[in-house]
Design a protein. Structure first.
Lengths: 84, 209
């Protein structure tokens, strides 16, 4: 397996979406190719860091305000529909 | 090296019942759905629009649109996937309004200079997230993902941050599965490349700042 082929399969590999044969070919490649190992390892860390980062959490006060705005518009819409 | 563990979502078994009740006019059932997904919609909207006010509008507009069009939800997909599709469209509209000079489309297959070929190949510190203070880290992550084209960061956010499957992401974005996979690979590699600047092992080898 060449490095370029490894790279094409990287996403499937990290997502656990490969058949056993391709997976084992990939892991053979990883065992001797340090560069691909580093790319694979740091890509995995990239995903995990973003997934665990809690970027853009919705603050409680804003959450309450948005929900009450949404629900009051839904109530209005319901009333309009009922009156039709 | 093992595969990434998928995020474990909340059980959705009662979701269809809530949707059915909401369709029949039970507003509190719809409120339950809002409570369940408002955080996710806000996060997705903020990632796409990169603007707090726009993201607030998207949350309101997306839920209201979902409520008004509940009849059209047939239950073939998850309610959440259907809602995400509405939210992404609303967010892209906001983005287009703010940047009329640039076409913003999920269909664009962007070619960027730093495409898929890794250039920065250095090991990262063992615990890269501990190299920076919490606020600093968030700032780095935000600035880094903001640099991706919208079509890439949208796919990355849905797949890797929100934990939608490839199929759900394709459905929510109206893209083919190969298109999702191709954008996801490039998004992941570009983020990795950019984050390497911050997280690679220091010369001293101790990984500390």
């Amino acid at each position: 397996m060449k490095c370029s082929e490894f790279l094409q399969e990287l996403t499937n590999y990290l997502d656990g979406a490969l058949d056993d044969r391709t997976k084992s070919e990939l892991e053979d490649h990883l065992a001797w190719c340090h560069n691909c190992y580093v790319v694979c390892d740091t890509t995995k860390k990239t995903i995990e860091i973003y997934r665990d980062s809690e970027l853009y959490e919705l603050p409680d006060d804003l959450r309450t305000r948005l929900r009450s705005a949404i629900m009051s518009k839904c109530q209005q819409r319901k009333k309009t529909q009922e009156s039709l | 090296m093992s595969a990434i563990q998928p995020k474990i979502g909340e059980p959705v078994s009662d979701e269809l019942a809530l949707v059915q009740a909401a369709k029949k006019g039970d507003v509190s059932a719809f409120e339950e759905l809002v409570k369940r997904y408002d955080r996710n919609v806000f996060r997705i909207a903020q990632h796409i629009t990169q603007n707090r006010e726009d993201a607030e509008d998207v949350v309101q507009d997306a839920f209201l649109k979902a409520y008004s069009n509940l009849e059209q939800f047939q239950g073939q997909s998850k309610f959440y996937t259907w809602l995400v599709r509405i939210a992404v469209n609303e967010a892209l509209m906001k983005l287009r309004r703010r940047r009329p000079e640039r076409t913003v489309s999920l269909d664009e297959d962007v070619k960027t200079e730093e495409d898929s070929v890794p250039r920065e190949i250095a090991d990262w510190s063992p615990n890269p997230e501990q190299l920076y203070k919490q606020a600093e880290l968030k700032d780095i992550l935000t600035r880094t993902i903001q640099g991706l084209p919208p079509s890439f960061r949208t796919v990355f956010v849905l797949r890797d941050v929100e934990g939608l499957s490839t199929e759900e992401t394709a459905e929510a974005l109206g893209l083919s599965i190969p298109a999702v996979k191709s954008r996801l690979l490039r998004a992941r590699l570009q983020l990795r490349e950019r984050l390497s600047r911050y997280f690679k092992k220091r010369e001293s080898g101790d990984g500390q700042k």
